[in-house]
Ligand binder design. Structure first.
Ligand SMILES: Nc1ncnc2c1ncn2[C@@H]1O[C@H](COP(=O)(O)OP(=O)(O)O)[C@@H](O)[C@H]1O
Ligand SMILES: [Mg+2]
Length: 157
């Protein structure tokens, strides 16, 4: 587990960029935290770090936004999903098990479609401070956390 800290929204974006830079094809990132925790800010950074140059908006209403950086990238927000069966309509599993990187806000809403292997990120905090815990679920993500550790500035520790 890697525990990081940010003191401003821009820092969370910057931290996301450092993660986006080390992601690999097929990686799944789950972002957990209350409304306003900073999941979308972190996702924006991750997408920037993946080389996405298009404007990045929250997929709250669209459920999924697709991007192309150095890898295909899918930003999914399940907040408005009330039944995981709705996920069949958006082809949720095709995103998860394809070549791209998938970022999921509110992953708990995926119910039984929740993947077994993913990088879990839990964001908590108040005012402008956020603690960001990065937890590898499955061995595949341990080396990713090591790469991230090497890629982040000490100011985040
Ligand atoms: N250190 C920080 N990191 C991220 N967001 C922060 C931070 N400090 C304050 N904020 C504010 O918290 C909110 C995070 O919004 P957002 O990323 O959309 O949340 P979520 O997607 O988790 O609901 C924004 O209004 C942002 O300005
Ligand atoms: Mg959000």
């Amino acid at each position: 587990m890697l525990k990081l800290k940010t003191e401003a929204p821009e820092e969370t974006i910057e931290l996301g960029e450092r993660l986006g830079e080390v992601l690999n094809s097929g990686d799944i990132i789950c972002l957990q935290g209350d409304l306003g925790a900073g999941k979308t800010y972190l996702a924006k950074g991750i997408l920037k770090g993946l080389g996405v140059e298009r404007e990045i908006t929250s997929p709250t209403y669209t459920l999924v936004n697709e991007y192309q950086g150095r890898l295909p990238a899918y930003h999914i927000d399940l907040y408005r999903v009330s039944d995981y069966k709705e996920l069949y309509d958006i082809g949720f599993e095709e995103y998860l098990y394809g070549e791209g990187v998938t970022i999921i806000e509110w992953p708990d809403k995926a119910g039984s479609l929740m993947p077994d292997n993913y990088l879990n990120i839990i964001i908590k905090g108040h005012d402008n401070t956020r603690t960001i815990k990065v937890i590898p679920q499955a061995n595949k993500y341990i080396s990713l956390v090591t790469e991230l550790k090497k890629n982040v500035d000490f100011s985040f520790r």
